[in-house]
Design a protein around this ligand. Sequence first.
Ligand code: GLN
Length: 498
Amino acid sequence: MNLNELTAHQLLEMIRDRQVSQLDVLDSLRRRIEQVEPQIRAYVRLEGRGDILGCIDTSVDGFESSELRGIPVSIKDNICTRGYNTECCSRILQGFRPPYHATVVKKLIDAGAYVMQIKNNMDEFAFGSSTENSCFGPTRNPWDLERVVGGSSGGCAAAIAADEAVVALGSDTGGSIRQPASFCGVVGLKPTYGRVSRFGLIAFASSLDQIGPITKDVQDAALLLKIIAGYDPLDSTSVDMPVPDYTQALINDIKHIKIGVPQEYFIEGIDEQVREITLQAIEKLRQLGAQVYDISLPHTEYAVPVYYIIATAEASSNLARFDGVQYGIRSTDQNPGIDNKIIQMYKTTRGEGFGDEVKRRVILGTFALSYGYYEAYYLRAQKVRTMIREDFERAFNTVDCIVTPTSPSVAFKIGEKIQNPLQMYLSDIFTISANLAGIPAISLPCGFTDKGLPVGLQILARGFNEEMLFRVAYTYEQNTEWHLRKPEINGIPACNRS
Ligand code: GLN
């Protein structure tokens, strides 16, 4: 058994008992990265780096007794690490080295984690569902190298699935943690909005973004959330509520837990096998003692259009700062025909620096906010957002949690949807509502199609009730074996989790 295949909680025990050291773990990761990374490409800017060493300091007082004792954590390319490139996989941020750590990174380091310098691939600025929008090119799915990994935190999910990382942090604005987790057969959690500080997360849509863990099992997700959650004076949207010890919520018992199954999530167009496998998982939960109820979330059909108005509007505003002055590249294109040099510099920098999907969203969002259209689009979208949130509030008056498929399909082929943005946007149809409502949601593996592709089960709960997610997900995981399966990567034999 190679150390890189183990979960953080397994490794922690071994490090505690002095069976292995942090450096053994790193060595094992380094070897695995060398072995499979040429095919997977879960990391960016790896070329030319002889090491994967990050912000570890074993000399820190109390390191030996710290919570994470040098466990390596892999980070998405939109989470700031002081002094190390953080580029959102965009040309415009090439060479950007933040002068500070994101709060989550600081918390990890304080807890004794080893934050890896090399970062995970993602869709540019987190705009996408396949990681094909990265300026570094796509990551390949460890279960089938011809297929996408999902997105936008695709590099994190692939690194975990391929055992190139132990645990990872991604971000989720409309499904970017959960959908890639489901496509790669791993666990992904989007916390309640405000549970985790967004300070140092390069903003996409500020009212929707949350950072969360992508891990090999539910226990690791609880372990990580406990460390990164909590109020942060540097993020006014973080909420000042005590952080529970989430590992205490890992209870293998869901007797009498009330589970709602929304009819709107089993619509036409959903992959037949995804539907069947999800229904089987719900049946399993019933056998384990849960009470299952049919429920309705009547405004579900508006989630995608509402999201693509609000998210693009906020994105167009957040991305206004990338103009060649403070961050990343500046165009050297001098056009002598234009009088106003500074405006010309903004234009050429943004024209050269942003990819197609970013331009599309900036244009869409600017339009939605423009004079005369603001009320028809942005304001109306905000009103419908409230209705979606109220759907959930009503549902949680009768059930403890809601269970759905994470995505309407399994991983699709690379190139299959990239020319059709609408098709791509529809792959978020089941994940977006949680962001609009601000509630927490987890995705965990619940089966495989006959092509051997993983299917994800999504569980949603009331705001700040992550403990419910952990309890239900943990019980399901303890009584099934899907999370133990490992992909065979192009002739490299699968390793098996135990
Ligand atoms: N796929 C969705 C989008 O393209 C969500 C992305 C995200 O959560 N960052 O916007």
